[in-house]
Design a protein around this ligand. Structure first.
Ligand code: PMP
Length: 387
């Protein structure tokens, strides 16, 4: 067809690309664009204006150990954890980072023995978040080295264990597994929010990381925070960020503070004229519907299987609820499909295969957080594959 014709077809039919072919559906990354819908409906509630003279200094006002932490962001972090009931903040130092990714590197730096001749082993139970091995070893540090699946770790020496709960990629609640003396834990709770999993109790660990990327969907703002018990560990994390980026964008921190404020307001005033629906109710309902559609399509196909989760009590919604992770962890069940990622690529669906997460290529991870149009297209194509 003529380019102009196929372009027109593309405009009216989202399953077709600009050449009239089947459109590629990219669900490889966990890009949280699903949340745009809510924030558009919120209009100007999260709009902030920053005059040219503001936030010019490297330093933040306030008396935080983390000298570049904006006091308003600290206030809204503490408030949101109270509202969500997902973390104890008393007796913790807050360290802000350029995403929780920077905090992960800062935590490894801070927790690794500084005077050891050997790098400390870093482990996580497979399937683990695919970035952990890459980030741990990217500068071939003398301080730490990736040592793989925590379940296989049998060395009698100190180690750092990364506990991601709910887990990326499979969505299960996790606890530490090595449990030996000399072990140091980092809890990555990026997905411990009510829209994804029942909130059973406020988390209360030594070092816990959160991020706006997965809580509110503002991945582009690049703001994460760590709640750190030990003052010396917090100081070393701050030192790392000082050496790495001399602090964290004030503009981003102020924007994140506003977004967190509106999330808390929307929960406290839900049902009123300002906030007909809270952010967590909206996002929980959307995730419920997406998982319903996915389970239906998977059941009809008979080609794949999905993890099974038991319902649990959620203190936030005060209800017994299921789990609806930010990723689906699909297994290609057919004996003729060894590489599930290639199988999906053959159907023009880009997903991340099991080997990136330290497990069999029969598994793939699929983002559940893309825009409505892309998600619906994915469900439609999944149904076509089976028929
Ligand atoms: N931890 C986990 C488990 C994640 O899935 C992600 C994002 N994919 C991150 C950390 C990094 O998030 P951020 O955008 O805050 O750097």
């Amino acid at each position: 067809s003529f380019p102009s014709e196929s372009a027109a077809a593309h405009e009216t039919n989202p399953s077709v690309d600009e050449h009239g072919g089947q459109r590629v559906i990219n669900l490889d990354h966990g890009d949280p664009t699903m949340y745009e819908q809510y924030w558009k409906a919120m209009g100007d509630k999260t709009t902030i204006v920053i005059p040219g003279w503001q936030s010019m200094s490297y330093f933040s006002a306030g008396k935080n150990l983390c000298w570049f932490l904006e006091p308003e962001l600290a206030t809204q972090i503490v408030r949101l954890h109270k509202v969500a009931g997902n973390a104890v903040t008393e007796g913790r130092h807050i360290v802000v980072g350029t995403g929780s990714s920077q905090l992960f590197l800062a935590a490894l730096y801070a927790l690794s023995p500084q005077d050891s001749s050997n790098p400390i082993s870093v482990v996580s139970t497979a399937p683990y978040y695919s970035s952990y091995p890459l980030m741990t070893d990217c500068v071939k540090s003398g301080l730490h080295k990736w040592a793989g699946d925590a379940k296989q770790f049998d060395k009698d020496e100190p180690y750092i264990e990364l506990v991601t709960s709910p887990n990326n990629p499979d969505g299960f609640i996790r606890h530490s597994v090595v449990n030996r003396t000399g072990g140091i834990l980092i809890h990555d709770l990026a997905y411990y929010w009510p829209q994804y999993t029942p909130i059973s109790a406020p988390s209360d660990y030594d070092l816990t990381m959160f991020t706006v990327s997965k809580s509110t969907g503002h991945a582009g703002t690049r703001i994460g925070w760590a709640l750190v018990k030990d003052v010396e560990v917090a100081k070393r994390m701050v030192k790392f960020i000082e050496l790495n980026t001399i602090g964290v964008s004030k503009d981003s921190q102020l924007r994140a503070a506003k977004v967190l404020e509106v999330v808390s307001d929307s929960s406290e005033q839900a049902g009123g004229s300002e906030y007909p629906e809270s952010f967590f109710h909206f996002s929980h309902a959307l995730m419920t519907e997406r998982w319903r559609l996915l389970r239906e399509a998977v059941k009809d196909s008979g080609l794949f299987s999905l993890p099974k989760f038991s319902p649990a009590h959620c203190s936030f919604f005060d209800n017994n609820l299921g789990t609806q992770p930010a990723f689906s962890w699909l297994r290609c069940d057919g004996d003729d499909v060894d590489d599930c990622e290639s199988f999906f690529r053959g159907h023009k669906i880009l997903v991340r295969g099991g080997k990136h997460f330290g497990v069999s290529p029969k598994y793939v991870r699929v983002s559940m957080l893309d825009r409505e149009e892309t998600y619906n297209l994915f469900i439609e194509r999944l149904s076509q594959i089976s028929s």
